[in-house]
Design a binder for this molecule. Structure first.
Ligand SMILES: Cc1cc2nc3c(=O)[nH]c(=O)nc-3n(C[C@H](O)[C@H](O)[C@H](O)COP(=O)(O)O)c2cc1C
Length: 145
């Protein structure tokens, strides 16, 4: 089992329909390939975790990387793992579009700010720590529109 984590910058300011389209496509493709994961977005950046078999993670990542809706992709990690962290999600999408929510303020205080939203870390362990914090603070909410 492999886990890949990357951060990227949105080509244009993100809004709900863009993310909804990504998640819609992802759930069908990912369930076919037994990919699970987590996608988080601010108005300007994505942070994604992709888990699955080596070939499936590889193929999915390179397809995602060619998507013109984002750029400046930074690979945080691609490693062998014992088990999935997101076993029940074909791609769980959450995001904080409004930096004034209590959750966003807490995350910005801890991880820093970028373009008015929380700054996604470049260290894999810190990115996973942030994801754990989100889980702990708020049982993985759906997107806040
Ligand atoms: C930030 C981001 C994350 C994405 N995540 C996934 C994903 O997990 N799985 C997936 O199949 N497509 C994902 N996509 C969409 C792919 O880039 C691509 O548009 C899609 O897989 C094409 O699917 P289709 O050939 O079924 O239309 C993502 C796109 C972006 C911009």
């Amino acid at each position: 089992m492999y886990r890949l984590i990357y951060k990227s910058r949105a080509a244009r300011e993100l809004d709900w329909p863009v993310v909804e389209d990504i998640l819609h496509r992802s759930s069908a493709n990912n369930s076919l390939a037994a990919i699970t994961g987590f996608l988080r977005a601010t108005r300007s950046h994505f942070l994604q975790v992709i888990e699955g078999r080596f070939e499936d993670v590889n193929e999915t990542f390179f397809r995602i990387a060619r998507d013109p809706r984002h750029e400046r992709i930074q690979l945080l990690s691609y490693e062998v793992v014992d088990a999935r962290l997101f076993e029940s999600w074909t791609m769980k999408g959450i995001g904080i579009l409004d930096a004034n929510t209590a959750l966003a303020r807490q995350l910005i205080a801890k991880y820093g700010e970028q373009d008015g939203g929380v700054r996604f870390p470049l260290e894999a362990w810190l990115a996973l720590s942030m994801i754990h914090d989100i889980r702990a603070i708020q049982e993985l909410p759906e997107w806040k529109r």
